[in-house]
Design a protein around this ligand. Structure first.
Ligand code: NAP
Ligand code: ZN
Length: 346
């Protein structure tokens, strides 16, 4: 077994603290990565606090992982020691169902194996990226370009693919008015991709203070959602709304901002169910959809697209001992736009 160091939550009531555990040995199809940086996703906070479902504890969060390959199994073809590599939200899937064969491992009909807070296919708990090293089967390891800042690449593994995938699926681009709801980790990547794909992008935010920053990210317009006049001015105007909000919010209000045949794509995962007034959908034949991360091939496509177009996340690099304070800031929407842990501080 491989000795690993991490920060873990022992229970939903305790803060993250140093913890040591064992990773499996590198099998013939495995890649071992020395983790250099790991992004801090709001999903980490939802899960260590058991906000979605009862978790697997001790829990080592982290699914925006980048680092250097240190060891590969005998049958590994795509990677060698010294390569830069990344791991996102999944580390395995059945690989044979219809969805896995279509490159939609995130929708594996048997359920994908999540990078943490899950049991792997042999029943062993998975532990995520707030750690010095990880062992992952080759199919779930991504190639990372050395052209981009490695720390700023980390958030692409979740925030990046979670916004890239639905914008590609719904073919959002030139001629479309796209609203990005919530300017946090996912939202700021949604703005960057929406702009890169040629859409006219509006940020819908509760934080008036983010206006200039939204424009700096490339957004064409900014609407403060607490101002009824500003909201009224955009009623019925968007082809798509990419909803990245992490807390319960007024769906009927946001659906009313879609034009006829418009679609609200939900990627946020608040802890309570939504309520939706049926008239909000049938008026104007509006749709409400959802999307989860992205498949492995599409994640690689997104990383390659980012390397080609020089797109990374805007990050604030943190020491791992500041993780609990960083969660508190994330809850207040006070992060521009993603915390990334420098794993050298572990
Ligand atoms: P984040 O950085 O905390 O950003 C969320 C943003 O939502 C905040 O910055 C804030 O933006 C807005 N917001 C927060 N509370 C709000 C409220 N009560 N009403 C309206 N807006 C509010 O979080 P994140 O890491 O981007 O994650 C966002 C959500 O996506 C989380 O629920 C996460 O679990 C989920 N997620 C889903 C997937 C997937 O596969 N679908 C993948 C990753 C994450 P403003 O200040 O601009 O209002
Ligand atoms: Zn995430």
């Amino acid at each position: 077994m491989i000795q690993a160091k991490a920060y873990a939550a022992q229970t939903p009531e305790t803060d993250l603290a140093p913890w040591e555990f064992e990773r499996r040995d590198v099998g013939p199809h495995d890649v071992q990565i020395e983790i250099h940086y790991c992004g801090v996703c709001h999903s980490d906070l939802h899960q260590i606090k058991d906000e979605w479902f009862p978790g697997v504890f001790p829990m080592v969060p982290g699914h925006e992982i980048v680092g250097k390959v240190v060891q590969v199994g005998a049958h590994v073809k795509k990677f060698k020691a010294g390569d830069l590599a990344g791991v996102g939200c999944m580390v395995d899937s059945c690989q044979v169902c219809e969805n896995c064969k279509d490159g939609l491992e995130q929708y594996c009909l048997e359920g994908n194996t999540q990078t943490y807070n899950n049991l792997d296919r042999s029943g062993v708990p998975t532990y995520g990226g707030y750690s010095n090293t990880i062992v992952v089967r080759e199919e779930f390891v991504l190639s990372v370009s050395d052209k981009l800042s490695l720390a700023a690449t980390a958030p692409l593994l979740c925030a990046g693919i979670t916004t890239y995938s639905p914008l590609r699926h719904w073919k959002v681009g030139k001629g479309h008015k796209l609203a990005v709801l919530g300017l946090g980790g996912l939202g700021h990547m949604g703005v960057k991709f929406g702009v890169a794909f040629g859409a006219e992008v509006t940020v819908l935010s509760t934080s008036a203070s983010k206006e200039q920053a939204a424009k700096d990210l490339g957004a064409h317009h900014f609407v403060v959602t607490s101002d009824p006049e500003q909201v009224k001015a955009v009623k019925g105007s968007f082809d798509f709304i990419l909803d990245t909000v992490s807390a319960v919010h007024d769906m009927d209000l946001y659906l009313s901002l879609l034009r006829t045949n418009g679609t609200l794509i939900n990627v946020g995962v608040p802890t309570e169910p939504y309520s939706v007034q049926p008239f909000s959908l049938l008026t104007g034949r509006r749709s409400m959809a959802g999307s989860g991360i992205g498949g492995i091939a599409e994640t690689q496509e997104m990383l390659d697209f980012c390397a080609e177009h020089n797109i990374v996340s805007d990050i604030e690099l943190i020491d791992i001992k500041d993780i609990t304070a960083s969660y508190a800031r994330m809850l207040k929407g006070d992060v521009r736009y993603r915390f990334v842990i420098d794993m050298a501080t572990l």
